[in-house]
Design a protein around this ligand. Structure first.
Ligand SMILES: Cc1cc2nc3c(=O)[nH]c(=O)nc-3n(C[C@H](O)[C@H](O)[C@H](O)COP(=O)(O)OP(=O)(O)OC[C@H]3O[C@@H](n4cnc5c(N)ncnc54)[C@H](O)[C@@H]3O)c2cc1C
Length: 133
């Protein structure tokens, strides 16, 4: 008997998982608070890049050392609203911790595992659908 799977969220993640599960013999129900293609979904407005190369984290070695320069220089692209700092810190501390050489290398290696075959995955996903062109 086919197993039933419920997926919450019908963006590209939920749709891809659902389609792959159906192709592997499962019954799938997708639920969402909006219709597929709604502009409130992140998937609605992305740039459509099959971004296999997007594996270099912004939090990179040297970031912490250069941070004072970025914060003080008027020509730096970094702007910080200091009153926002208490809200930002719980996110910023782990973000900056990831700029160590070992964490940086670990993230790149693992993101590569997720993205290296993006073209093949998209071709397989869209096969026999209206998106195949
Ligand atoms: C401007 C922009 C450009 C981008 N460009 C690219 C690009 O070129 N290439 C690329 O690979 N990525 C790009 N991205 C990233 C990519 O779009 C997202 O990673 C991807 O769309 C995320 O898909 P998702 O299915 O995880 O999320 P979503 O598309 O947001 O889907 C999540 C769904 O879950 C639903 N949901 C959440 N909570 C509940 C709940 N409690 N009950 C019911 N439903 C719920 C939401 O309504 C939503 O429909 C871009 C993102 C942005 C914002």
């Amino acid at each position: 008997m086919k197993k039933n799977i419920l997926i919450v969220g019908a963006g590209i993640t939920g749709l891809s998982a659902g389609l792959n599960l159906i192709r592997n013999g499962f019954n799938v129900t997708l639920i969402d608070r909006v219709d597929v293609g709604n502009e409130n979904q992140t998937s609605y407005g992305n740039a459509g890049l099959l971004a296999a190369s997007s594996i270099i984290p912004l939090s990179s070695p040297g970031l912490l050392r250069n941070l004072p320069f970025y914060l003080l220089s008027k020509s730096s692209p970094l702007f910080l609203k200091y009153s926002y700092l208490p809200k930002l810190l719980p996110w910023a501390i782990p973000f900056l911790r990831n700029s160590s050489k070992s964490n940086f290398a670990y993230i790149i290696k693992n993101l590569h595992q997720l993205t290296y075959d993006t073209v093949e995955q998209h071709l397989a996903l869209s096969k026999s659908t209206e998106a195949s062109n």
